[in-house]
Design a binder for this molecule. Sequence first.
Ligand code: 8IG
Length: 267
Amino acid sequence: MSEQSPAQAAQSAATALLSTFGIERIDLALVLGSGWSSATEGIGEPLGAVPLADLPGFSKPVVAGHGGELRLLRTPAGKLAALFTGRTHYYEGRGVAPVVHGVRTAAAAGATTVVLTNGCGGLNPDYAPGQPVLIRDHLNLTGATPLVGATFIDLTQAYSPRLRALAREVDPSLADGVYVQFHGPQYETPAEVRMARLLGGDLVGMSTTLETIAAREAGLEVLGISLVTNLGAGISPTPLNHAEVIEAGRAAVPRLRSLLAGLLEKL
Ligand code: 8IG
């Protein structure tokens, strides 16, 4: 991706995506984080899939529990949705551009909406593992940005109030919260968890904020939904482990599936 600008790279990937499926545009995209991929099974009409690594600028996923396909779906509302079953994380050390390449590709392919999902830790004591939470705002503690130069993007309503209201039509019990992105890949120390809570955070994870910034730059409307898979370090008496994260994701699948199915009738 080094020779091309990020916009050119996204345009190449979008062209490849559209010609792979023989379509003229997509309407929306969903990025499926830890625990979310199998929640889309049985929703809408599957129209095909392509390994992300076969599209320009994407690389193979590295994390267990994260897939690596782009699936095309006809939603119950008749829209064309691209499902990214994996994402590149900033902690992989390849820089910011690969992290946001999917979002930029979706926008270049015509999408106007992106649903960013993730698995994360809970900071808010009201949250329990297995609970989906709407992202209302974020703290980007990575020190990074996908924007280059004097690109002064407004993030006042980065997470669309309109789309959050739609989600609540599907599930009125959904909480909302502030998502804090750390660099990772190590989980936080208990002191870092206390800091993030003190700063106003409800959710803590290693993705999403950089993608949201790039999505807003590209003019996409963003819905962010976190699945709380564990309590932040030090909140729970037991240490965090990746197996626990995957298990909490598995257990939440029926609830996530009905949430996504309901949403895709409205988006
Ligand atoms: I799943 O507790 C998941 N991802 N930073 N902290 C951070 N990322 C996470 C966590 C967590 N759980």
